[in-house]
Every structure is written in C-alpha cells, then in structure tokens.
Design a protein around this ligand. Structure first.
Ligand SMILES: Cc1ncc(COP(=O)(O)O)c(C=O)c1O
Length: 373
C-alpha cells in the first residue's frame, strides 16, 4: 500500500542528530529511569529486583491492570476496561484509523496536525476532507466550516487537542459542539491528546473520551511524562463497538505491549503529580522565555500557545521554510522544523520544552541568523 512521506518524521530522522541546539524536539525534556524513580520517590532497586524476577511472557494482552488503572485516572468517566495499550500514540492513532475507517468512507481531519490523522486514511482510499486551522482564528476550528464538511458518509472526525504544531487548546464548549456535529452524522471523533495536561495555566483539559460516547482519545507517556523511550501509548474510549473493532485489529499488529515498558509506565502514572509538576514548570518557564524573545524580535511573530510543547513561529524572511531551516542548522547548529512539513510557509515549528540552556542558545543562534538575512 502506498502512503505519502511523513514529512515531520522524515525531517527529524534526517537532521536531528546533526543538531547542536535542538529546539525542534516535542517531548518535555526526557528523563532517565533513575530520574523517574527519584521524582516518584520510589525505591528503584526494589522495583527492578521485583521486575527481574518476572517471567517475560506476553503479559496481560490488553495492557497490565495497574497501568490501565493509572491511565483511567487521567479521565473522568473512562474505566480500565475502556483502555487498551499501544506502541506509542503513533501506534494508537494508526490502530484507531485502520480499525474504524475504510476505503470510500469520508474522514474529516484538521490541518495542521500530526500527519497520521489524514495521510493514513487517505492511503487506503478514504475521502479525506481537511478543516484548515487558521492563524487569524488563533488556530481554533471553524465550526460552520466543519458542518459543511461532514455528511452521512462521515465515519470519523479527527482532531488534535492540544494541537501540534500550534499549541492551541480547544475549550470544552467547542469540544462539545464538535461532538454534536459528529453525533448528528453518527461519526466517531478521534482526538489525539498526546499533549493533554501540559497547560500554561491551572485549567482543566477535558478529554473527548469523557465528553462524547463515540469519542476516542489517544495518548502516551512520551510527551507529558517525558518517557518517549518506553514507546507506550493507549486508546481510551467508552464506545464498546469501537473497542471491539480495535481489539480485533490489534491482535494482528500488536498482540500486547512490552511487559517492562508497561511496568515503567505504570510507575510513572502512579507518580503522575510529581512528573506533571516538573513538566508544567518546564513548559511554563520556557514559554515565558520564548514569549520575551518573540516580543523583542522584529522579524518573528506567533500566536502564543496555550498548551503543549510547540508553537508556530512566523518570520518575514523571503525564503522557503525548508531552506531557512537547513541553512540555520548548517550555519549555527540550531534546529527547527520547517512549516512546509505542515503545508504552511513563512513559519517554523519550535519545541520549547527542551533543556532551558538549549532553548536560550538555540534562540540566540536564531536571532543572529535572522539578523544576517
Ligand atoms: C500529535 C502527536 N501525536 C502522536 C505522536 C506520536 O507520539 P508517540 O511517541 O506517543 O508515538 C506525536 C509525536 O510527535 C505527536 O506530536
């Protein structure tokens, strides 16, 4: 089956290792297992001693019970039975789309977003309609436009909240309105929530799985809990019909997730408050820094993100975004993601949740580079 190039992943794979100042990374500054245990206030030795005694079987097929219990704690009305683990949120999105949409179905997806949401259904012949998120709307979805895009053949609406790359956060009332639109045509509503909880203010970030009976939330420990190396994600939905299809398809491509990954992810979720406190501090302090930088830079502007780890930085330089990023990397070692990866020009995605010194140095290099253009 042919599929379009996953532009952002291809960009990262090709250039990330060459970066001296990586301000393109989207995870909150990753942690080691040692840091995890110290943050969690848990006995690392006791944990690994117990783990290493266990026989390495396939484990619990739907996901280890303590992990699914921990994940359900991130939702209001989702029980451990409504959760299944996956290989990252990438595995979760793929499985949801592949299990629930078919050739000739209509799928509506926001853009810009993580490319899986539109390129996967397009690859097997679903009719994908794009709901463009515009800068002038502060990247909030235009609901009237969405109403014109759905019809009785719409099998799924795909959104991403908080949004990568813009950092926009859809408020609860808009989520409920989108759920009403989906309900009217009987469609599933997939919400990629991999950046959920990384808020700038102490505001609730409701999940689509709590709001809508056919809502499907995907998430992982990669971004919010700084543990991308575990490759551990999940699907949460109260829809029994959706879960049945997902489990049927999952037997063919996942079987189960790694027992060691699941045990570490469960340990992280049992200490979610400590990890979240660390990571909210990073995103809030680093965004304040970025905000000061944008205010002082005459050539750059942005819509200030409300949540997550990324923002789109717009620049008045008359140069294709890919060329800009390649030259920036070669001449300064600073690494950004070009807007072209999201079909947007005159902009770049910055990941600001990295180590603070790296962000300071990366922005300094970006200022020097832009000043020379
Ligand atoms: C919106 C979004 N969804 C899913 C993923 C995949 O994340 P994971 O590491 O959980 O597979 C990413 C990674 O960048 C992302 O930005």
């Amino acid at each position: 089956m042919k599929i379009e190039t996953f532009k952002v992943e291809e960009w990262m794979n090709s250039y990330e290792t060459k970066a001296k100042y990586n301000i393109a990374e989207t995870c909150v500054d990753s942690v080691s297992a040692d840091e995890l245990f110290s943050l969690a206030g848990k006995d690392r030795q006791a944990f690994f001693d117990k783990l290493s005694e266990r026989r390495l079987t396939y484990g619990e097929i739907k996901g280890a019970a303590p992990l699914r219990e921990g994940i359900s704690g991130l939702y209001e009305s989702v029980s451990p039975d409504d959760i299944v683990t996956t290989h990252g949120a990438a595995g979760a999105n793929h499985l949801v789309l592949y299990s629930l949409t078919e050739p000739e179905d209509t799928v509506v997806s926001v853009m810009p977003t993580y490319q899986q949401l539109y390129s996967i259904p397009r690859s097997y012949g679903a009719h994908v309609r794009i709901l463009k998120l515009k800068k002038e709307d502060r990247f909030q979805p235009d609901l009237d436009r969405l109403r014109t895009l759905v019809n009785k053949k719409t099998k799924m609406i795909c959104i991403n909240n908080p949004n990568n790359p813009t950092g926009a956060l859809i408020p609860e009332e808009t989520l409920c309105a989108i759920a009403d639109i989906a309900r009217n045509v009987g469609a599933y509503l997939l919400c990629d929530e991999v950046y959920r909880l990384l808020t700038q203010e102490d505001v609730p970030t409701p999940s689509i799985a709590d709001i809508y009976e056919k809502g499907i939330s995907t998430g992982s420990v990669s971004k919010v809990f700084s543990l991308a190396g575990l490759r551990l994600g999940w699907i949460a939905t109260r829809s029994k019909e959706a879960m049945r299809e997902i489990l049927l398809h999952r037997d063919y491509d996942t079987v189960s997730c790694g027992m060691i990954d699941e045990a570490l992810a469960a340990a992280a979720l049992s200490a979610k408050d400590a990890l979240l406190a660390r990571n909210r501090k990073i995103v809030r302090e680093n965004l304040a820094l970025l905000d000061e930088w944008v205010a002082k830079e005459p050539r750059f502007s942005y819509v200030k993100p409300q949540c997550g780890t990324t923002a789109l930085l717009y620049c008045d330089a008359d140069m294709p975004s890919e060329e800009f990023c390649k030259r920036l990397l070669a001449e300064t070692g600073a690494f950004l993601t070009p807007g072209s990866c999201f079909d947007e020009e005159h902009c770049f995605r910055i990941g600001y949740a990295c180590d603070r010194e790296e962000l300071i140095n990366g922005l300094k290099k970006l200022s020097e580079f832009a000043a020379k253009l």
